[in-house]
Design a protein around this ligand. Sequence first.
Ligand code: GTP
Ligand code: MG
Length: 208
Amino acid sequence: MQIKTAEFVVSNQEVAKCPTNKLPEYAFIGRSNVGKSSLINMLTNQKNLAKTSGRPGKTQLINHFLINKEWFLVDLPGYGYARVSKAAKKTFQKFITAYFSERKQLVSAFVLVDIRHAPQTVDLAFMQWLGEHGIPFSIIFTKADKLRPKAIEDHIDKYKSILLETWEEFPNYFVTSSANYTGKDALLNYIDTINKDLIASANKSPLQ
Ligand code: GTP
Ligand code: MG
């Protein structure tokens, strides 16, 4: 899929104030600093569409970006960042949970994890929660430029073996780097396939 247009639409803390049209959307979630906002910029070929920072806790709102006027990418605050205030953390948790529980337009979540780290409790707990709520998700391993190919394989294998202690199957996953565009086509093609399936099933007569 080619991205022809990518526009910021709205930021807020309330699910009720998110765009009301029925376009499909895909949300990026994960620990602070994992690279959610950078990945949105990489996918859309823009430097500053989503605000990024070396300091964790940059994204503080639900941000909707309209892609090709057909679907949304959603950037969210990170979870699990110890240095934001307790009150801020509670607010984030509340609206992130509300977003995933209530947002009907959400087609799939992408849970971002840093490829260099072993599975973190907070990530596993979040994936568990998505599973229990029937919310489809894929895993995105980020910052692949920081490891050599062999180490990437080893880290994914390790991640798989730990996840398979509690999950029956390993989720669909992508390996990405916003620094060198790894995974861009695979991720965009995956989204494109789902979008096309959604259109095809919406157009299908129930009598066929
Ligand atoms: P919050 O909004 O704070 O939750 O963080 P985020 O997950 O949106 O992370 P962000 O995209 O702001 O990136 C955090 C830091 O990681 C920045 O310094 C980025 O430049 C860096 N970064 C993100 N993706 C990559 C990557 O693929 N490779 C490398 N080397 N650095 C990356
Ligand atoms: Mg961010």
